[in-house]
Design a protein around this ligand. Structure first.
Ligand SMILES: *[C@@H]1O[C@H](CO)[C@@H](O)[C@H](O)[C@H]1NC(C)=O
Ligand SMILES: *[C@@H]1O[C@H](CO)[C@@H](O)[C@H](O)[C@H]1NC(C)=O
Ligand SMILES: *[C@@H]1O[C@H](CO)[C@@H](O)[C@H](O)[C@H]1NC(C)=O
Length: 388
């Protein structure tokens, strides 16, 4: 008798549930981008096995938006750079009807981080076509991807890559030597101020208007690799990023600067502030997400990323990450620094592949860390969190 009653009750509840679904279908049930996606069986090889240069980037990006116009938009940021190149943004939105939490990834602000272009293009490709990445990463977020914010610097270093290296201060001073050699390192763009000096280039990651120059007593000269520009936002690159971020408004919840470490076995996940030892107000959340990501993205040799506030190693002012946090007001900002050899062997695909794989894993681990910290899409089963 009791059993029958229960069966009736359950049937009625089910019936009411179905009726409710029919009368009030879930929002975006029809428009949801999730089911229109093609799935390509991606064997575990890279789509872009060779270093992508700024020109190739432009054509790959426009191909994305031509082939997948439903979900991809390519934006050319303005103004153009000193050598008249556009900074390219690739926007991936699985569902145009609704706004999802926005993730911004900006790569290769540094002139030597060649692999960042590949890493971000590869990430876009996986989000679009690989079933393992579509759910949850593509379907649950809007992605704003800038493979390089320093196309001039990337082009410059790639063009001179096969020359003999020369110590930086000699290279800066000796014009005869300069034509046949390359500097051992190059962290800048190629902005020139011909009247002033033979040295050129501004470090874009010192050029943002947030506590600009707060880290030093004396401004580094034009020959220095950390030359911050004549004033904040003197570079076209930082202006273009500022304008783009202004246009995005409140869309971005998580911002990642995909950087590179040029020292072996020194790999980091960092967060603001970089200009000051003062801790940000959400310090604890940033450290927790960073540590979660580091555990998930354990390095191939078993080490973990070092996770801490950026200024713990050295105070650096005028950076993109501090600007995004302090001025734009994005809550969660991270700097990811996997190892990248300076001027690597251009034809050795294995070095590139290592950096690309590490970068993608780490970016997605940060997103996972964020999900887990907000308990988004997790259920507690007997005290254990299960993601679905
Ligand atoms: C810069 O490039 C744009 C196309 O991106 C072109 O229309 C313009 O003429 C170029 N400007 C210069 C000074 O070369
Ligand atoms: C500049 O470099 C050339 C070799 O490329 C060298 O012969 C010359 O002595 C250098 N000049 C100075 C002032 O160091
Ligand atoms: C660069 O890598 C390629 C492919 O691994 C190799 O054949 C070549 O010898 C390397 N060149 C140098 C200078 O190490």
């Amino acid at each position: 008798m009791l059993l029958q009653f229960k069966v009736y009750l359950i049937s009625i509840i089910y019936f009411l549930g179905i009726l409710f679904m029919i009368l009030f279908p879930p929002r975006n049930f029809r428009q949801s981008g999730a089911k229109i996606r093609k799935i390509r069986s991606t064997p575990n090889v890279l789509k872009y096995p060779n270093y992508v240069d700024p020109k190739a980037l432009l054509s790959i990006a426009s191909q994305f938006s031509n082939d997948e116009s439903e979900v991809v938009r390519t934006v050319l940021l303005t103004p153009n750079t000193y050598e008249n190149r556009s900074i390219v943004a690739i926007e991936l939105r699985s569902d145009k009807q609704s706004k999802k939490p926005g993730v911004l990834v900006i790569g290769a602000l540094n002139g030597m981080a060649w692999g960042a272009l590949n890493a971000i293009l590869e990430l876009a490709d996986k989000l679009l076509f690989d079933a393992n990445y579509q759910t949850p990463f593509f379907n649950d977020y809007d992605w704003y991807l800038i493979p390089t914010a320093n196309p001039d610097g990337i082009q410059f270093t790639q063009d001179i890559r096969s020359r003999q290296p020369l110590e930086i201060s000699q290279w800066s001073r000796n014009l005869t030597a300069r034509s046949k050699t390359r500097p051992v390192e190059w962290h800048k763009n190629v902005d020139k101020d011909l009247e002033k000096d033979t040295c050129f280039g501004t470090n874009i990651n010192r050029n943002f208007a947030y506590h600009w120059q707060d880290d030093v007593h004396k401004k580094p000269d034009l020959c220095s690799q950390s030359y911050p520009g004549s004033r904040p936002f003197s570079t076209a690159e930082s202006q273009a990023i500022r304008t783009y971020l202004d246009g995005l408004g409140e869309s971005i919840q998580l911002a990642i600067h995909l950087h590179a470490s040029f020292v072996p076995k020194k790999e980091y996940i960092l967060y603001p502030w970089r200009y000051s030892l003062r801790q940000p107000s959400n310090y604890r959340a940033l450290q927790e997400i960073g540590e979660y990501a580091a555990r998930q993205a354990r390095l191939p040799d078993g080490r973990l990323y070092q996770v801490h506030q950026g200024s713990n190693d050295a105070r650096v002012a005028g950076t993109l990450s501090d600007y995004m946090s302090g001025v734009v007001g994005i809550d969660l900002v991270f700097i990811i620094k996997p190892y990248h050899e300076p001027f690597p062997n251009y034809t050795d695909a294995s070095l590139l592949e290592t950096y690309v794989r590490k970068s993608i894993t780490t970016i997605l681990s940060v997103v996972r860390g964020w999900r887990s910290s907000t308990k988004q899409n997790t259920l507690s089963f007997f005290g254990k969190d299960v993601e679905f």
